[in-house]
Ligand binder design. Sequence first.
Ligand SMILES: O=P(O)(O)OC[C@H]1O[C@H](O[C@H]2O[C@H](CO)[C@@H](O)[C@H](O)[C@H]2O)[C@H](O)[C@@H](O)[C@@H]1O
Length: 265
Amino acid sequence: MIYLFSETGQAALRSFVDRSTLFAFDLDGTLAPIVADPARIEIPKETKEKLIDLNRMATVAIISGRSRTDARNHLGFTPRFLIGNHGAEGLPGREKQEEEFRGQCIKWQKQLERFLPLASESGILIENKGMTLSVHYRRTSNQEAAVMNILEVIGQLKPFPKRIPGKCVENLLPAEAPRKGEALLQIMRHTGCPKALFVGDDATDEDVFRLDHDSILGIRVGCEGSSLAAYCLKDQKEMSDLLGRMVSLKNLYPGGIPFEPYGPP
Ligand SMILES: O=P(O)(O)OC[C@H]1O[C@H](O[C@H]2O[C@H](CO)[C@@H](O)[C@H](O)[C@H]2O)[C@H](O)[C@@H](O)[C@@H]1O
């Protein structure tokens, strides 16, 4: 990965961004720093202000692993696109499928509660987000043992889920659920934006980073470890600076786009 604030990275950003660019962001670990309690995330004030500015002048999409309602409560503004559940919630024309996903998650939740009866006492948090489910182990006293236990239980779930590990979390998705990459491509088709810039930090974001690099500029928060993203930021604190640069680049293209939020409230 190339550091985005290097000369090469800045040149790439300048030549990529124009009036037709869609700006898409992940939430946890990208717009908001990671904290121990998922309910207590906060988008830093400066980051939020710049994001709101960008949202006024460009097409902005938030593609989060959280449910749309939960993500909306933390965002405090209305982006044109808000996709939840790692891509499984909020895509145009997928309403019937979403109901099936809900049914699967209810079944998984019941099974997980049966197989992990002492979950909350041991610090495991089962988060049913409607269309996907997350099993958190950040607050367990022995994370290694906890994840082994969780994986064993996931192996017994029916129907068998698509499992994507994240930051101290195992995410369970219905096998047929659209993921972040498919969600981004569908929004691009819907808006007619031929190019998208996407910033994310976690394993579920790799689903976007693996897409065609000519039309999608992938930026990973964190330069360590492996990723399919072409560019990276050193850490989440650099997000505010990046948004500031995006806003000033968009200022080069006055006129913007008419703003109309997509989807149900
Ligand atoms: O795709 P995202 O918007 O980044 O959502 C990914 C998951 O984020 C949340 O969990 C993560 O952040 C928590 C708060 O910082 C942290 O406590 C947890 O350990 C992380 O895994 C959220 O709770 C999940 O539902 C999302 O899937």
